[in-house]
Ligand binder design. Structure first.
Ligand code: FDM
Length: 208
């Protein structure tokens, strides 16, 4: 089945501005007459998502592998809806997806390949955009501390893991720029992606 809309996800450290930029991108696409939706992982509205949320808020404790598998299950429980939306022509702008799973879980010392395994078969996006911000700049923005992973040393390990995961297909945007400049660059990237999907592109699975 041909896919005529691009979908992409934004990755980055906490406080890199992903969520605001995802919102802006969806409004922009809607303004262009494109059906678009903002998705976010973890999706805290499901029962799995509620367990994740309580772990992130430090109100429950879970083994490192268990929480990794819950993040993965959270992606899996949305997979068929994701496929339906894409096939019906809705562009999805996704705030974090499986790369976060690998980057954050392996920052606790879990093996990369082990972390990737449960994500095999999830839908692969047309594009991954990485919002690149220095640790210091990110920490300056809102201050860490609210949730479990918002600690400078932990984020430093996550940043190193993103470097390992990074491949040539990723688009990297400097998130230290002014918010409007980041937005402009993201729009250009999305328009480029729309052009490259114009003749339809099949949906593919991850790590295949
Ligand atoms: N996170 C997010 C993970 O550890 N694994 C995952 O698979 C995903 C999707 O959850 F610190 C982490 C990353 C972040 C935390 O994310 C909550 P938001 O974007 O702050 O809600």
């Amino acid at each position: 089945m041909a896919l005529e809309v691009p979908w992409l996800f934004l990755e980055g450290l906490d406080r890199c501005g992903k969520t605001s930029q995802c919102r802006r991108l969806v409004s922009y696409l809607e303004g262009q007459g494109q059906s678009a939706e903002l998705w976010r992982f973890p999706d805290r509205s499901t029962s799995v998502g509620k367990m994740i949320s309580s772990y992130l808020l430090n109100t429950s404790q879970l083994d490192d592998r268990t929480i990794h598998l819950l993040f993965s299950a959270n992606c899996w429980e949305k997979r068929s809806l994701m496929e339906t939306k894409l096939k019906s022509g809705t562009t999805l702008i996704v705030d974090r997806y499986y790369y976060s799973g690998v980057a954050f879980s392996s920052a606790k010392g879990l093996d990369f390949e082990w972390c990737k395994a449960p994500e095999m078969g999830l839908l692969a996006p047309d594009l991954v955009v990485f919002l690149d911000i220095s640790l210091e700049k990110a920490a300056e923005r809102g201050g860490y501390g609210g949730e479990r992973y918002e600690q400078l040393e932990f984020q430093r390990k996550v940043a190193q893991n993103y470097k390992v995961l990074h491949d040539a297909s990723w688009k990297v945007v400097d998130a230290c720029q002014h918010i409007e400049d980041v937005e402009k660059q993201l729009r250009e990237i999305v328009l480029e992606s729309v052009m490259s999907c114009q003749n339809g592109k099949p949906l593919s699975n991850l790590w295949s």
